[in-house]
Design a protein around this ligand. Structure first.
Ligand SMILES: *Cc1c(COP(=O)(O)O)cnc(C)c1O
Length: 360
């Protein structure tokens, strides 16, 4: 196939972009992607495998996953009158929302630095994405947000609650003001809910333009790819038209249904991660030359005050620890690195590697 045909038919914006880059973690302690580091206890794992043996893999999965939705409703106390849309990860849900509202000149808005997929997916739909800088302390600049909302009339405002990569929860009052003044949708992305223990779910019934998005990825099921969107039937019905048939595969449906009968495993792991986060925060906070920010998530944002962060990142990798380098992603987090909270021993390995990495 000649390259000419590719150039003729693939959209110029696609030709110009690069694919989402996932760092190679082979042989490294993997603290780059906010994964839960704990495996399941052996009895839970054996019970799961036995349950999966009943999967009719030759059949299509349930198209609407009604049984799974009912379980999710109970587990996450979804209010009456609120419907769910399931996605192959919340990334797919973002894509469905963006697809449903995008027309010429549609604007999507989010604070920045923020979750990169809001911008990536908006741009893939040829829509415009507007980022509104956070304040210096990473709180929402409510005035600037409201001003941008008036100016750009965004179809959707995305708010990660708590925010990635700054790890903080925005003030609920600021979010409410944005919901009240936005002409379109406000999607509150609660991917880190289990680590923040704060939610706007109970406010869904108050506002006709609020949607809440959750994912099981950070709860310990990143490999399954399951996210959900909660909102009124009027919105969910429209989004559901764009959802591809059978988007949640049978192994994901069954595995999720199984673990929802054993959620204490996930909640115990999350409690351990929150505990480890406190320990890791204290250690980083007492380390000379490190500035670390408080976290409502399962990761910590920190800055190396005297050492070049690119070099620290490379040194850490040579020491066998992979984290995320955020330098050059946004001026507000220049020189910052992000580390996922791991097991106790992973965190200790990271800390000792970091001590070497900042003086090398
Ligand atoms: C990790 C993360 C997600 C998760 O996306 P999935 O596709 O469900 O794995 C969503 N939003 C934010 C802000 C995140 O950090």
């Amino acid at each position: 196939m000649s390259n000419d045909k590719v150039r003729r038919w693939i959209r110029p914006e696609v030709l110009a972009t690069t694919a989402y880059h996932v760092q190679d973690a082979t042989g490294l302690i993997k603290l780059d992607a906010m994964e839960n580091p704990y495996p399941w206890p052996e009895d839970i794992k054996q019970g799961w495998l036995k349950y999966l043996a009943g999967a009719e893999i030759n059949r299509y999965p349930s198209p609407d996953a009604a049984g799974l939705k009912a379980k999710l409703r109970r587990e996450f106390t979804i209010p009456d009158g609120i419907e769910l849309l399931l996605g192959n990860g919340s990334d797919e849900i973002i894509q469905i929302i963006v697809q449903a509202v995008s027309a010429e000149n549609t604007v999507f808005l989010a604070p920045e630095p923020g979750f990169s997929m809001y911008e990536v997916i908006s741009e893939s739909a040829r829509a415009r994405f507007k980022g509104v800088p956070l304040r210096q302390d990473y709180s929402l600049d409510t005035e600037a947000m409201l001003q941008a909302i008036r100016e750009y009339q965004p179809a959707v405002v995305f708010l990660a609650y708590p925010n990635n990569p700054t790890a903080n929860l925005f003030a609920e009052q600021s979010i409410i003001e944005i919901i009240e003044q936005a002409p379109g949708l406000v999607v509150v992305d609660e991917a880190y809910h289990i680590f923040a223990e704060q939610t706007l779910l109970n406010r869904l019934v108050e506002f006709d333009n609020l949607l809440i998005m959750r994912t099981l990825s950070k709860l310990g099921l990143a490999g399954l790819r399951l996210g959900f969107l909660a909102g009124t039937v009027q919105w969910i019905r429209e989004f559901d038209k764009l959802r591809l048939p059978y988007n949640i595969n049978i192994l994901t449906q069954m595995s999720t249904a199984y673990i929802l009968d054993h959620t204490e495993v996930l909640y115990d792991q999350a409690a351990k991660i929150r505990h480890n986060r406190g320990m890791l925060y204290n250690e980083l906070n007492s380390m000379p030359g490190i500035r670390v920010w408080p976290s409502s998530t399962n990761f910590l944002l920190f800055r190396t005050e005297h050492a070049d962060s690119n070099r620290v990142f490379d040194n850490l990798r040579e020491e066998g620890v992979l984290i995320k380098n955020l330098n050059n992603t946004h001026p507000l987090i220049r020189g910052c690195l992000r580390v996922t909270v791991g097991t106790e021993s992973e965190n200790l390995a990271f800390l000792s590697a970091l001590k070497k990495a900042i003086v090398r």
